[in-house]
Write a protein that binds this ligand. Structure first.
Ligand code: GLN
Length: 221
């Protein structure tokens, strides 16, 4: 292989373009939840994926995934591991973040049915309701179409999932439940560099959402 264009006259933007075709470094917040599944899905989608639990590990990532799990626990551990302020700062600086399920709750400006002491990151202008689909239905599956993702609807798995009850003017609705008693409920959103879904694409082997996020990180880098 011949590499051309190297030399002292190369502009910094050329370097950046070249880096753009290499794998972006994407962290998965590894305080609690299904970290391994997201690392595997991100790697499958072309990222250099790694768990992130310390501020120094956060410093070197181009993007972050907040996994499913338990938002009250993630909130508590974010304080204990002193990750709250560093994550808020990176979000303010434009770092792309994708939150799935508990991760969506951690990205919501307002949470209904939360614990009074749980706190999210400086995230998406939306209100989510925890465990919204009802106590009887602990988990269920439904097709969801995502704007900007081609092909079949997602086979979405919801596990004690939140839904979105309000979105601000700057928030784009990416997907809603299309069938059953919860039809019409908002379950995927995006606000600029922040993306959130109520469901768990990392559990189905369908990498389209992770690819969507990897592309977003690449574009932002
Ligand atoms: N119910 C959980 C919470 O409130 C979310 C569940 C999940 O992430 N699968 O954080």
């Amino acid at each position: 292989m011949t590499v051309t264009g190297r030399g002292p006259d190369r502009a910094p933007s050329d370097e950046r373009e070249e880096r753009g075709v290499t794998a972006p470094v994407i962290g998965v917040l590894a305080l609690q939840g299904d970290v391994r599944e997201h690392v595997a899905a991100l790697a499958g989608a072309g990222a250099d994926a790694r768990p992130v639990r310390r501020p120094a590990e956060l410093d070197v990532v181009d993007g972050l995934v907040i996994p499913g799990g338990e938002s009250t626990t993630i909130s508590k551990l974010a304080d204990i591991f002193e990750m709250r302020e560093p994550i808020d700062k990176r979000i303010a600086g434009g770092m792309p973040v994708y939150g799935s399920c508990a991760g969506m709750i951690m990205l919501a400006a307002e949470v209904l049915d939360g614990r009074p002491d749980q706190r999210g990151f400086a995230g998406i202008d939306m209100t989510v309701r925890r465990n919204a689909f009802g106590r009887q239905v602990d988990s269920f599956e439904a097709p969801v179409e995502i704007a900007g993702v081609e092909g079949e609807p997602f086979h979405a798995i919801f596990i004690r999932a939140p839904w979105v009850e309000r979105v601000g003017a700057g928030v784009e609705v990416l997907g809603r439940v299309t069938e059953g008693p919860a039809a019409g409920r908002i379950v995927a959103v995006r606000q600029g560099h922040l993306v959130a879904t109520s469901f768990h694409p990392e559990l189905t082997g369908d990498l389209r959402l992770h690819r969507y996020f990897v592309d977003l990180v690449r574009a932002a880098a």
